[in-house]
Every structure is written in structure tokens, then in C-alpha cells.
Design a protein around this ligand. Structure first.
Ligand code: ADP
Ligand code: ZN
Ligand code: MG
Length: 481
């Protein structure tokens, strides 16, 4: 039997506010443990929460950006459970009246487009962090645990998708797009390494053609877009095998192990009624002035979809390039800064950014705005190609060097004597040598084999150590042959 996967993502995002959700403690990351706490976020009896308006605004902004209905009346609930990283033994969250409902995100896949529904976006507070000592950092086998409440009470937004996602690739594209939107909105830095964006993936399988959903598993500990994709791929394999051998899938939460490349049971699923949700009596419901919301809508910045359209319209880029350039806000910003400095065709800039530069960034796992190569580096390099100083082949070496040292291309060219050989006489002599040394290829060329010509050009480039002007080599070789 053939199965189709059904995937829904729950994305938690720490909002970029100065202070926490219900107190005035700082949200700064990386401070000494338990230095950013107060009676409210430590859950002391008698302390009272006061909502952070900025956080509410950020959630509504997000809802507007992904076409949600905004609730004019909303409320906070208590979600009751015990865990040592949560001092109150309940989390202030939202239940039946979240701030935003019924949105959607359009995805441009390589050769089709699709739309993913967003069920809801709600606002809650983050928990503290447990540090397990011994036992390789996992709770099982640890000698003891330490708790840091700096994160407790940081505003957390949860974006819940409909089960509209069908492949791991779509899941990754959806999560990346959500990140690009949130970064454009300025509501979060969405740093997955630091945990300010956390993706949980729900996945079930069903026989192709069947409407009804199967039993799902929820995957946790997906710490990068890559692990999201790999975790889902693994889970599809596991569930397919189970279903094919007639085993039932258990509804449970599973832990993705990045090094072992597998998922394992973390806990069987809890249900909403286990949490005994009730409205938080310390917090009055929120009512919004529609005008305030329309004001937020009017202030929305340019979003990835609009940016993509603009790149196609104003710069004449193909959809493929435009899609990749808007994948992160930083990439689009880099591209625009480069185009502003460059007088040639924007497509050339796009090629270098999406080609060689991305290659090095990915290989070293560096973000484009954190790398040594700035737009000015790339533009100076392309200018050197345009004016004939260097060949495209040399440029590839220069990118690698700029990436390592941050030196400007002109300085690298001078230092390493990489200028292009464009002297008629010098190239002519090299072409003569190539013809003399390769009689077989010359014969093949005369017999009509086009490939032999390419081979001879390659030999000439080799003799010039990649510095020969390719156009000139082509021209002289053709003449002499
Ligand atoms: P739960 O009650 O387990 O929290 P929800 O209905 O709240 O489940 O959904 C949580 C997430 O799981 C949502 O993103 C939703 O789209 C997704 N989801 C729900 N049912 C399924 C299913 N059968 N297969 C895959 N994903 C699902
Ligand atoms: Zn506090
Ligand atoms: Mg749920």
C-alpha cells in the first residue's frame, strides 16, 4: 500500500521584547543564571502579572502578516502542570480565544505552489531551563539538575498550522517562510541555535486517496531546518514500516536524536483536559480597538512575498532566484545592498550570491550577514571581471580568499598577481604551444569533434593557471586552427 504523509507544525517563537511577558525583568539571552528574575516570574505567592503590550502587538502583527482574523476579544488561561522549570506550576497561555485564527502561508516549491493553513496564533510565557549534569546532558542518567529561571516568563508566540503539509520539504519551506516573515516584521530574531525559534512537527500517514487522518506522532528537539526535514523523513520510514507490518501507531511525543539519526519515545500523549485550563483570574480579558488593529495593519513592512514580486518586476529576476533571495531577510538585504552598488545586471549579482557565496556560507555554516564577504566585496570583484582585470575562474578563487580573510578583491589580486592575461602576444604564444603539444585533439577538431575544441581551451587555461582571458583564448585558438 502507498501512504501519504500528513504534517502539521507547531512553531514557538520568543518575541524580541525588552522585558518579559508579565513582569519588567529583562529578556536578554546569555546572562548569568537566575539574575533576571523577580517575584512575578519566580511565581511568588501574592505577586501579580501585568501583560506586556508590545508582545500582544507583535502577535497581532504576525497574524495580520499571514492573513489571520484578529480576535477583538481575547483572554489568558492557566495551563496547569507540574515541572521544575516552571515556578508557578501553571503556564499562562491562551486556550479557546487566541489572539489570531484562520490564517495561511503560500509556499513556492521548486515546481508547484501550495497553501498551508494556520489554525491559530496565541501568546504565552516561556518556561525556565533545566541543565542536567552528567548523563550526557539528558535527564535520564543525570546525577542532578540545575534550574535557570532567566527564560521563565519570556513572551512566547505559538503558531499552529493546519495538517496541510505533505512532505518534509514543504515542512522546511513553511518553517523557513515563517522565519523570514517574523524577521521582516522585527518580532523575533528566530535564532534556532539559541532556541528563540523551536519547531515541533506532528506527523501521521494515511493510505493515498483516504480522507481520514491516521494517528500522529509529535517530534521534538528539531534544532535546525535540516533536522526538521531529516526527523520527518525518518518518521515516515518508521511509520510506513509499522503500518505495513500491521502494527498500530501510538499517539506519542518522540525525541529526535541528531547524532543517532532516529526518533524515540519521550512520553505518550497528554490531552487538553489533562491541563485543567481555566481563565487566569489575575488577568482581565483583552478588548481591542479595531482602529488600533487597522493602524498596525497599515504599518506592516514589506514581507517576503512582496519582496519576491518586486525582485521579479524591478530586477527582472526569474522566480527561482527571487524565491531563494527572499528565503531569509538577510539574504535579500545583502542582494539589495549589492545591486545598489553595482551598475550591471542584477541577475549577475544574484548568480554570485546564490552560487559561490552560498556554497561557502553553507559549507562553513555561516549566516550571510555574519560572514566576511560584504556586498562591497562582491561588487568590487564583479567590477574586476567586467573590466577584464580578472576572469570568472579567478573570481572563484577570490571569493574563497575573501571568505577566509575579509580582504578586498583588489588587494587579493595585487598580492597574488592574479590579474588576467589579456596580452595578444602572450596568449598567442600559449595557443601555439597548446596546438603543438596536442596533435590528437587538433586532428579530432578538424574531424568535426566540437568537444576537442573545449579540451584545447582547457589546456590553454591550464597553462595560464586560470589567468588567461577566455574570450581571447577562444578567438586566437579558432583563428590558428
Ligand atoms: P493535539 O491535541 O495533539 O495538540 P492538535 O489538534 O492541537 O493536536 O494539533 C496539533 C498539531 O498537529 C497541529 O499543527 C495540527 O495541524 C497537527 N495535526 C493534528 N492532527 C494531525 C494528524 N492526524 N496528523 C498530522 N498532524 C496532525
Ligand atoms: Zn520577573
Ligand atoms: Mg493542541
Amino acid at each position: 500500500m502507498e501512504y501519504e504523509s500528513v504534517i502539521g507544525l507547531e512553531i514557538h517563537v520568543e518575541l524580541d521584547t525588552e522585558s518579559k511577558m508579565f513582569c519588567s525583568c529583562s529578556t536578554r539571552f546569555g546572562e548569568a543564571p537566575n539574575t533576571q528574575t523577580c517575584p512575578v516570574c519566580l511565581g511568588m505567592p501574592g505577586s501579580l502579572p501585568v501583560p506586556n503590550k508590545k508582545a500582544v502587538e507583535y502577535v497581532i502583527r504576525t497574524g495580520l502578516a499571514i492573513f489571520c482574523d484578529i480576535s477583538l476579544f481575547s483572554q489568558f488561561h492557566r495551563k496547569n502542570y507540574f515541572y521544575p522549570d516552571m515556578p508557578k506550576n501553571y503556564q499562562i497561555s491562551q486556550y479557546d480565544i487566541p489572539l489570531c485564527i484562520d490564517g495561511h502561508v503560500d509556499l513556492e516549491m521548486e515546481d508547484y505552489a501550495t497553501t498551508i493553513g494556520v489554525t491559530r496564533i496565541h501568546l504565552e510565557e516561556d518556561t525556565g531551563k533545566l541543565l542536567h549534569i552528567g548523563g550526557a546532558g539528558r535527564i535520564a542518567g543525570a546525577d542532578y539538575s540545575q534550574v535557570d529561571f532567566n527564560r521563565a516568563g519570556v513572551p512566547l508566540m505559538e503558531i499552529v498550522s493546519e495538517p496541510d503539509i505533505r512532505t518534509p520539504e514543504e515542512a522546511k519551506t513553511y518553517a523557513q517562510k515563517i522565519r523570514a516573515i517574523l524577521v521582516s516584521l522585527g518580532v523575533s530574531d528566530c535564532n534556532m541555535d539559541q532556541g528563540s525559534m523551536r519547531v515541533d512537527a506532528n506527523i501521521s500517514l494515511r493510505p493515498v486517496g483516504r480522507e481520514e487522518f491516521g494517528v500522529k506522532a509529535e517530534l521534538k528537539n528539531l534544532n535546525s531546518f535540516r533536522s526538521l526535514q531529516r526527523g520527518l523523513a525518518y518518521e515516515i520510514e518508521r511509520q510506513t514500516k509499522a503500518l505495513q507490518s500491521g502494527e498500530a501507531i501510538v499517539q506519542e511525543t518522540r525525541h529526535w536524536d541528531e547524532t543517532k539519526n532516529t526518533t524515540s519515545t519521550l512520553r505518550t500523549k497528554e490531552y487538553a483536559h489533562d491541563y485543567r485550563y481555566f481563565p487566569d483570574p489575575d488577568l482581565v480579558p483583552m478588548e481591542f480597538d479595531p482602529e488600533w488593529i487597522e493602524g498596525l495593519r497599515a504599518e506592516l513592512p514589506e514581507l517576503p512575498d512582496e519582496r519576491r514580486e518586486r525582485y521579479m518586476k524591478d530586477f527582472g529576476l526569474p522566480a527561482h532566484d527571487a524565491n531563494l533571495l527572499v528565503e531569509t531577510k538577510a539574504t535579500g538585504d545583502f542582494f539589495e545592498a549589492a545591486v545598489a552598488l553595482y551598475s550591471g545586471d542584477a541577475k549577475i549579482m544574484s548568480n554570485w550570491i546564490l552560487g559561490d557565496l552560498t556554497y561557502y556560507l553553507n559549507a562553513e555554516n555561516v549566516e550571510i550577514d555574519a560572514g566576511e564577504v560584504k556586498p562591497a566585496h562582491l561588487v568590487e570583484m564583479v567590477d574586476l571581471i567586467d573590466d577584464g582585470t580578472i576572469s570568472g575562474k579567478i573570481a572563484k578563487e577570490i571569493i574563497s580568499e575573501m571568505f577566509k580573510t575579509g580582504k578586498m578583491p583588489k588587494a587579493i589580486v595585487e598580492e597574488k598577481g592574479m590579474t588576467q592575461i589579456s596580452g595578444q602576444d602572450e596568449i598567442a604564444k600559449i595557443v601555439d604551444d597548446v596546438i603543438a603539444q596536442n596533435p590528437d585533439a587538433v586532428q579530432e577538431f578538424h574531424d568535426g569533434k566540437e568537444r576537442a575544441f573545449g579540451f584545447l581551451v582547457g589546456q590553454a587555461m591550464r597553462l595560464t593557471k586560470g589567468r588567461g582571458n577566455p574570450q581571447l583564448i577562444n578567438k586566437l585558438l579558432k583563428e590558428k586552427l
